[in-house]
Design a protein. Sequence first.
Length: 94
Amino acid sequence: MTTANVLPFVPLQRAPLTIAGDPICRAYHLSTVLGINDRSLTLAVTRGKIPQPDFEGGRGRPRYWKMSTLQTWSPGVARAVLALISEPAFQAAA
């Protein structure tokens, strides 16, 4: 493979979603940090082990937590989620 065939890495700069300056966490990010799948996340929320989402998607729409909610529940998890959502995304391969 020659260097002409290699696409350069170009991170996509993006800021986390926020509401009134409070970053928003998607269910995907929370389950990734916790190392569980979406079904396990749903069960943990139902059982009260994880706080209810601040914005419930329903009918296949995503669920969102405010970072302040996660900070109150578990500061360590909130720091890990914030680190994850603050990283630039990878550009899709052409």
